[in-house]
Design a binder for this molecule. Structure first.
Ligand SMILES: *[C@@H]1O[C@H](CO)[C@@H](O)[C@H](O)[C@H]1NC(C)=O
Ligand SMILES: *[C@@H]1O[C@H](CO)[C@@H](O)[C@H](O)[C@H]1NC(C)=O
Ligand SMILES: *[C@@H]1O[C@H](CO)[C@@H](O)[C@H](O)[C@H]1NC(C)=O
Ligand SMILES: *[C@@H]1O[C@H](CO)[C@@H](O)[C@H](O)[C@H]1NC(C)=O
Length: 284
């Protein structure tokens, strides 16, 4: 595909298992990043036990793998020429909210994800308690037991990151269940993120390249936002996801060897008029 971009979507489903294994084997608590270790299962979830002889570290320590920033490898390309690491249900962490029935897909806070190289966030937004909330829910409604936290909290974390890192670009993919009028606009306004908004009018509509990352940085248009609701492009100037992004099917059905079936809502992966590709890579 011409000028394609790869957003990687990751989901860590194994942490609970690893945590249980860790508690079982280690007896008490798990080892933190940098502590010496004997096996992967003794480290905190998300860490692995490794040595790095290249920097003289011959003892095995609990280690976190951090991707390189793509713009540190090659500068000045169009936005769609880079791969941006993306997390799925980025807000669905084990220790926030009371979402007792929802899967906890992430070990790290959004702040920590951004610090460690994540540049795309997939956020499910709902009307809930007279506000906009991040929930991992069903039937288009958020419930007490599927609610994680008010969206404003996470949007402010993103604002703080963009303010502190003036050459970084962040993309938000909203799975949008918000029906309150101007609901998303209000919460984005309140978060301070408007200041960084990349306008829909500048998004390529016929498979052209996006502006370069340098241009986006110079203009301070460093926040790209997509919604899954088509109507919001007209009503709130929030880009309709499937007009600008193709995405493979999530789950086992999207991981067929030799083919790359698109997600139901998406155009086929080889659509030439769409410049961004979101590659889902998780099992369920
Ligand atoms: C931990 O896992 C990594 C990657 O799977 C592996 O390379 C490494 O050898 C493992 N460490 C130990 C101590 O088994
Ligand atoms: C949900 O939680 C809120 C605040 O904690 C509470 O006021 C409300 O009654 C709860 N609703 C239900 C249906 O449990
Ligand atoms: C959001 O902010 C913009 C300008 O910053 C303003 O024009 C608009 O009225 C605000 N919208 C809402 C719904 O608050
Ligand atoms: C596919 O999407 C259409 C509308 O976009 C929807 O009506 C249909 O139920 C979806 N099918 C599946 C299998 O999700």
């Amino acid at each position: 595909m011409k000028g394609s971009n790869v957003f990687f979507s990751i989901l860590s489903a194994h942490h609970l298992f690893i945590l249980l294994l860790c508690l079982f084997i280690a007896g008490s608590s798990c080892l933190k990043i940098g502590e010496t270790c004997s096996s992967n299962s003794t480290c905190d979830p998300g860490l692995s036990c490794q040595s790095c002889s290249a920097n003289g570290n011959t003892r095995q320590r609990c280690t976190m793998i951090q991707p390189s920033s793509p713009t540190s490898k090659v500068k000045g390309l169009a936005f769609n020429k880079y791969s941006w690491l993306t997390t799925h249900n980025s807000y669905a962490q084990s220790d926030t909210g009371s979402a007792s029935l929802s899967p906890k897909n992430q070990e790290d806070t959004v702040t920590s994800q951004l610090k460690n190289g994540v540049r795309g966030l997939m956020l499910d937004m709902y009307d809930f308690q007279n506000d906009i909330w991040l929930c991992h829910s069903f039937n288009g409604n958020c419930y007490n037991f599927t609610a994680f936290q008010p969206a404003i909290n996470v949007l402010k974390e993103i604002e703080t990151f963009l303010a502190a890192n003036p050459s970084e670009i962040v993309t938000i993919f909203i799975e949008d269940y918000v029906t309150s009028p101007q609901g998303l606009t209000k919460v984005f306004n309140a978060s301070g993120l408007r200041e960084y908004w990349f306008p829909v009018s500048k998004m390529p509509k016929n498979g052209e390249d996006w502006p370069t990352v340098d241009e986006m940085v110079q203009q301070n248009q460093r926040l790209v936002v997509f919604t899954s609701k088509s109507s919001k492009e007209a009503t709130e100037e929030i880009a309709y996801n499937w007009k600008y992004v193709v995405e493979n099917q999530y789950g086992d059905d999207g991981m067929k060897a030799g083919s790359c079936p698109n997600r139901n809502e998406s155009s086929p992966m080889n659509t030439k008029t769409i410049s961004l590709v979101l590659q889902n890579y998780f099992k369920t």
